[in-house]
Design a protein around this ligand. Structure first.
Ligand code: TYC
Length: 102
């Protein structure tokens, strides 16, 4: 059997795999102390949400304990988490933000 048949077999058997990068959910956590207005401000400022969208997400976190605020590449998600944590730290609020692979 000719040698070049092996190439054909490989071409048939190898499933084409398109590489999509893993995406990460950025999560906001509730606490009893961070003012609602501060959370709304953070969402407007860092996640380009309207005031109405920000209030909606903030109230979801307040009622349910946690909510996804956005889904991003690893690098963007890390930056968003760091920016939220830095704004909270500067104002001495205990607000927590984390990320999780989708
Ligand atoms: N639970 C806070 C309060 O009653 C408000 C709050 C909402 C805090 C969302 C954090 O991620 C948060 N002041």
């Amino acid at each position: 059997r000719p040698d070049d048949r092996e190439d054909v077999d490989l071409a048939v058997k190898t499933k084409p795999r398109t590489k999509r990068p893993p995406m990460y959910k950025v999560l906001l956590l509730n606490d009893d102390f961070t003012p609602m207005e501060f959370v709304v401000h953070v969402l407007e400022r860092l996640f380009n949400m309207t005031r109405a969208q920000s209030i909606e997400i903030m109230l979801t976190v307040h009622r349910k304990g946690i909510a996804v605020v956005g889904v991003f590449s690893h690098e963007i998600a890390e930056t968003k988490v760091a920016q939220v944590m830095e704004l909270a730290r500067r104002q001495q609020h205990p607000l927590q933000c984390t990320m999780e692979k989708e």
